[in-house]
Write a protein that binds this ligand. Structure first.
Ligand code: 3PG
Length: 207
């Protein structure tokens, strides 16, 4: 199992995916990996999410994570389905402790200095900054870099293709997350060519 820092460094963008039909999982993951995005966040927001994680986990080079993990049973369910990392919109002791107990890399969401300090107390220094645009955007991450110089972030929430480069230029940002690469309407339409093209553009953001 890779450390969360390694997963975050695999590509500049983690696509955030909400997938309704399990049969879309494989072609979707293949399009994203083919475009150069390897870490994929499947949100636990659909009844099929665990089946989607299971299917994507068998796609070569895909590193499949579960997102929208909001309690300890979610951590167990995601891990049981083959998720290789856990993403949470917030930072709570039950979620972080369960992930640490089972050795699952975790990227919990923070939006304030106090959230960050609780995370540091739990032995964490890599965080999702969520919801990034609404919680202060790139200026907030610049401000965090003073008191929390060792922390690294994946801003997610309101990040667009245009904003991604601004975030990625910050030294404390390892990657960004967002839905623009594979929004639900493109997944529903099965437009793997467009998703693959968006993935390739996103993968080239930091080269
Ligand atoms: C989500 O909550 O769906 C993602 O974290 C962010 O979504 P967005 O890229 O559409 O803002």
């Amino acid at each position: 199992m890779s450390a969360i820092s390694d997963i975050m460094r695999r590509a500049p963008v983690i696509p955030v995916l909400t997938v309704e039909r399990a049969e879309d999982a494989r072609p979707l993951a293949e399009a994203l990996v083919g475009g150069g995005l390897f870490a994929l966040e499947v949100t636990l927001r659909t009844p099929t999410a665990l089946d989607v994680i299971r299917a994507m986990a068998s796609v070569e080079h895909a590193i499949v994570g579960a997102g929208t993990v909001i309690n300890a049973p979610d951590v167990d369910a995601a891990f049981g389905a083959g998720a290789q990392f856990i993403v949470s919109p917030g930072l709570t002791a039950p979620v972080v402790e369960r992930a640490q107990e089972i050795g699952a890399p975790i990227l919990p969401g923070i939006a304030t200095a106090s959230d960050l300090m609780r995370g540091l107390d739990m032995g964490l220094d890599h965080f999702k900054f969520f919801p990034a645009e609404q919680a202060g955007g790139a200026a907030m991450l610049k401000a965090f870099s003073g008191p929390f110089a060792a922390c690294r972030f994946c801003p997610t929430g309101g990040v667009t293709a245009a904003l991604a480069a601004t975030y990625l230029a910050l030294p404390n940002v390892l990657c960004v997350g967002g839905t623009w690469i594979a929004p639900p309407e493109l997944v529903r339409a099965g437009d793997w060519a467009e998703i693959g093209a968006r993935a390739a553009i996103a993968a080239a953001l930091r080269t």
